[in-house]
Design a protein around this ligand. Structure first.
Ligand SMILES: [Zn+2]
Length: 691
């Protein structure tokens, strides 16, 4: 039931207060403070300081602690090039620590590079270069008679999630995996193109190494690390500088990548890429040491007039000092907490409860959020209307690039239209990576929305609305969207192609990088605080939820067209039921629109009508859940959206069908199509049934 409004401030006054109160200086201060040290999973001191801060803002806050399993790199971890003809003489040993940069004070602290929840072990074997380590890359090698059996494979990051590379290598018979970031993924700003590396210029530092979990996020989130969810062969990440030495050792062995399909040839200067297998040997030692670790989620609660709630979340653990990941999100969240606390002191009370969640142990596998949400499952399913995640407020890009449930599309658009562009004044900064986009910079800047739309049009001239991607995984929204059926989004300033290279999960994800390249002036941080804060206020305050079902139908149609291998018969079948869904969605959106016309008229009938509309919106995501889970991965339950099984971060529409198509099994495909068709009809009916 909706409560009555007892606020001293109108919604509009509360929004204006939020927009004008967000302080760039406060955000910058939190960025500097949090990125002065490393906050690995289980950092109680860090969690306590967040709790104390939010409490000082007047938000009742508690710590929720849980036992989990993590691992640390032991001292034996190593990657060596071995001369097999000279009784195992070590020709080269890679460095598992980045260079210490005198101008970047935090580049000397923290753990050496390793893969979280990786498999311990030692392998001495020939090396094979396997492109991005996707299943299709291993199939390609196999078709060209390059065996990876019992070999160590060297793969590039990007294209898919790191654990899935190790999983694909393992399934192809490899004995170990080495991963590195090839400058191929860095666009314009590479050393080969004449740009200086960080800290002098925007290119990736040659010694940067990407840490990160190798658990299989696309199979399940937050699980105990068993063989089902984590690799059984060792893996280690290295820098591109050291990968170049290994690639040189492959020269002349196997296929010349110049003659292979695009993608295989990387962008390292002076390297001729060959597949191998190498004639020399590589020794890979992963001295991973598993241990128990108590983690600490920080949960702040602003009571509302009803039990319904909206949750905003960001994680506070990191691999390095993490000025982007997660500190850019954490700093922004603190400023939202301060502003919401100040609103409370002015007599403002939201209609729905606002829960602020600072998750621990996101990095090893979304563990903090998954554990907490699992423990609170029945409350959340009943009462949580939306989950709004910001992991990275910005990783250097100029425009928004959200992933989202389509129910939140219009709320994202509306909030972005209310927030001034953070790019407005950056033109005075005389560095070309801040000019960002040829088109964008000429048109002048208005709002976050107009930048976002311009960026989308530059990338895809036929689009008429800003780009929102299908929600996959990779951060703490995963359990909310895919396991509990709560409409979720993850928002980041990330769009654009000409950004300084974000050195993800390396020691150079630092305050210096953020100040110099990522967000000089912290304007994008400020815009994110305004955007995230506004969405929170609106979802928490508006009687009729600011949701729209229309874009849902559009996403399903678009996703269907991407399932290339689907037969025409199945496609027609699904298109028909999506049309039915679309009609009901339009009707529901119209009723919601009508209900918003007289926001200040309160009577019993109106409450009942609005309550019914909200319940129908709330039923959409939940009704897409299949309680038995997707056939190929039971933890994931959502039949409309899921992470691509072999992609990870990237989302797919109709995951049960997409999984079956990967198996090329006609019976499974038909079962998945039937189940998906049934669920779309069910949701359409529910949308059209007045409560
Ligand atoms: Zn993160």
């Amino acid at each position: 039931m909706q409560g009555t409004s007892e606020n001293y401030l109108t919604d509009e006054e509360a929004e204006n207060f939020l927009l004008s109160s967000i302080s760039t200086e406060n955000i910058r201060q939190w960025s500097r403070t949090y990125s002065a040290g490393v906050h690995l999973a289980g950092d109680y001191t860090h969690a306590s300081s967040i709790k104390a801060l939010w409490q000082s803002y007047g938000i009742p806050t508690a710590i929720s602690s849980h036992q989990t399993i993590i691992d640390d790199p032991g001292p034996e971890t190593a990657v060596r090039l071995i001369d097999k003809n000279d009784s195992g003489k070590v020709l080269f040993e890679v460095s598992l620590v980045e260079d210490v940069l005198p101008s970047d004070s935090t580049s000397s602290i923290g753990l050496p590079a390793f893969h979280g929840l990786s498999c311990a072990g030692r392998v001495v074997a020939h090396l094979v270069y396997a492109n991005f380590g996707r299943p299709e890359d291993f199939r390609f090698l196999d078709e060209h008679n390059i065996s990876v059996k019992d070999c160590i494979v060297l793969c590039k990051y990007s294209a898919n999630l790191r654990g899935l590379k190790v999983r694909a290598a393992q399934e192809a018979g490899a004995a170990g995996v080495i991963l590195y970031n090839d400058p191929q993924e860095d666009g314009e700003y590479t050393v080969a193109n004449g740009y200086l590396p960080y800290p002098e210029g925007p290119a990736r530092h040659p010694s940067a190494i990407q840490r990160g979990s190798v658990s299989y996020f696309s199979v399940a989130a937050g699980q105990f690390p068993t063989d089902e969810f984590t690799p059984q062969i060792p893996s280690v990440p290295i820098s591109y500088r050291d990968a170049a030495v290994l690639l040189r050792a492959l020269k002349g062995d196997g296929l010349d990548c110049k003659n292979l399909p695009s993608g295989w040839q990387g962008a390292l200067h002076d390297i001729e890429y060959y597949t191998g297998a190498s004639s020399t040997l590589v020794e890979l030692v992963n001295d991973a040491r598993r241990k128990e670790c108590k983690i600490h989620n920080v949960i702040g609660t602003i009571e509302g007039l009803s039990e319904e709630c909206v949750i905003i979340g960001n994680h506070h653990d990191s691999w390095s000092v993490g000025a982007v990941d997660p500190v850019s999100g954490s700093a922004v969240m603190n400023e939202i907490a301060r502003t919401l606390g100040a609103l409370g002191q002015r007599g403002w009370k939201p209609r729905r409860k606002i829960i602020l969640a600072s998750w621990d142990n996101e990095e090893y596998g979304l563990v903090g959020s998954t554990t907490w949400a699992t423990l609170n499952e029945s409350y959340l399913k009943e009462n949580c209307v939306a989950y709004l995640n910001v992991d990275e407020a910005t990783n250097g890009g100029p425009t928004l690039l959200p992933v989202s449930s389509p129910l939140l599309t219009q709320a994202l658009f509306d909030a972005a239209q209310s927030v001034p562009s953070p790019l407005e004044n950056s033109m005075e900064v005389d560095q070309d990576w801040l000019f960002i986009l040829d088109g964008l910079s000429d048109k002048g800047h208005d709002t976050v929305y107009s930048d976002w739309l311009q960026q989308t049009e530059l990338d895809n001239p036929s689009s008429s609305t800003p780009r929102i991607d299908t929600i996959g995984t990779g951060s703490d929204f995963t359990i909310f969207q895919h396991h509990l059926g709560i409409p979720s989004t993850d928002v980041v300033f990330s769009g654009g192609k000409k950004n300084a290279v974000f050195q993800y999960h390396s020691k150079y994800d630092s305050y210096l990088w953020m100040e110099k390249f990522g967000d000089p002036g912290f304007r994008k941080h400020t815009a994110m605080a305004q955007l995230w804060g506004l969405m929170t206020l609106r979802i928490a305050s508006q009687a009729t939820l600011p949701f729209t079902a229309g874009p849902y139908a559009g996403s399903l149609k678009q996703g269907l067209s991407n399932l290339e291998l689907l037969s025409d018969i199945n496609r027609r079948e699904l298109n028909q039921v999506i049309d039915r869904f679309s009609e009901e969605a339009a009707r529901l959106d119209q009723e919601a629109e009508d209900s918003r016309r007289h926001p200040n008229v309160f009577d019993q009938n109106r409450y009942l009508m609005i309550d019914g509309i909200n319940k129908r919106y709330m039923s959409i995501e939940k009704s897409f859940l299949n309680e038995e889970g997707l056939p190929q991965r039971r933890w994931y339950k959502h039949m409309a959206f899921g992470p691509g099984l072999w992609e990870g971060y990237g989302g797919v529409v109709f995951p049960a069908i997409a999984d079956a198509l990967l198996l090329h099994d006609d019976a499974l495909i038909q079962e998945a199509v039937d189940a998906t068709t049934k669920v779309i009809i069910k949701v359409a009916k529910l949308m059209g049934t007045k409560i």
